[in-house]
Design a protein around this ligand. Sequence first.
Ligand code: BES
Ligand code: MN
Ligand code: ZN
Length: 488
Amino acid sequence: MKIKSTQQSINNNQADQIIIGHFKGQKTNPWIDELGAEVKDQFSDRLKNKDFIGQTGQVQNLYTSKGQVITLLGLGKADKLTATALYENTHKVIQAAAKSRSQSAAIYLALNELTQIDSDQTTKLVTMAAAHAEYRYEDTKSFKKDNKHQLKELEIAVSDSQKAAFEQAKAMASGISAARHLGNYPPNVCTPKYIAKYATEFAEKNKKCEINVLNHKQMKKMGMGALLAVGQGSANKPKLIVLKYNGGKKDQAPIALVGKGITFDTGGISLKPGANMDEMKYDMCGAATVIGGFIAAVELGLPINLLTFVAAVENMPDGKAYRPGDVITSYSGKTIEVLNTDAEGRMILCDTLTYSQEFNPSVVLDFATLTGACVVALGHQASAVMTKTEGLYEDLKTAGLQSHDRVWELPLWDEYQKQIDTTFADMQNIGGFPAGTITAGCFLSRFTDGQKWAHVDIAGTAWNSKKEGATGRPVAMLTQYLINESEK
Ligand code: BES
Ligand code: MN
Ligand code: ZN
């Protein structure tokens, strides 16, 4: 499906189906007025009979003699409309349109001053909902659905002032779709090598991009002991992927992104229970997030320099695997006592964070499906942010609100640090039961001294039910953050 913006007046729009928003309690609708008497009469009838009252999520079709379908979408009371409701309602109606006979559709929603949602955000929500609604996972199915009964084109009505927001949302959608693809792909296919190939193919298409992939031999020479320890039990060797985008001035410090790319997390020798272990194919969603954000930034041609580090590693139990009790020397030189091989994300991230500092970034953000405790703390609604850098949480929070991909802060107070102290090394890799998300953040903080840095735990947001799979979160928030930085 092609998603385009349109500025055509509604009565000239030839799409098979036109979707119009309507608020509960409103007697008239400006779009209906424009469409003329034929539609207006049907509309008035429906309102009078109370067949359609504009209840949130309510859908009512009207028909024209030209054969067009006019779909009324209820949005509830205007002053009660939330970003979530707007997103979910448009998602649902576009998904239905995608399954209907319509080959083309247009959506006219421009909301009035009555709502709390500004027009830029509306444009972004609708565009991303549309992209989300059309996503189909078919990569590993032998039987692909035919495309005959499929929406081929969707137009979103935007005013001049919303055009930039529309383009931003389209780029976010590209990043989200890449992240979903990578996340959903099975772990026997989506290996470290596959992610490296995916990133390489993207970088080679773009003049302003460069790529460097470090293999395990190079990392061994460099002394990346912690990252390599996690990978040593797997036949799929680790890769450290460095993607570079030169969109800013030569002397401008880059923004660094770091992603956890565990392509499958068995837990290693500290083996995970069998139930739902398949979901640990999503343990590379941090990597998918930073690649998605990178793709969006390149598509928008943002005037920034961007460095994306992907630690792609598989965590397997094996005769060569690392074990509880091992003491590992990290790339930074700090030593780590492994008390649980399932706390592997922080092991690969610490070396990657240390490496990223060699590029003198202005700020470092890492994204990781790091702890089950994060799902307990924040559920599937918000990603967790931990930082000690003044103002950085606020910037991420703002970006999350603008893109409706929200984050929430957890503290990184020094008092938590003692939970990872140990007798046998500089630190241990687990902090015990209380505050598991925070002690994982504390561990990473020991490798980011003097850096402007934030850690984002996306264990609750990167994927959900079996059916939907990878969500592509928080690519929208990350992209919005990069847009905001580029405008500073
Ligand atoms: N990838 C997992 C975290 C995870 C688990 C995310 C379930 C989403 C759902 C991570 O590598 C892990 O296993 N963490 C352990 C840490 C523990 C051993 C300190 C956890 O959360 O149980
Ligand atoms: Mn684990
Ligand atoms: Zn993991």
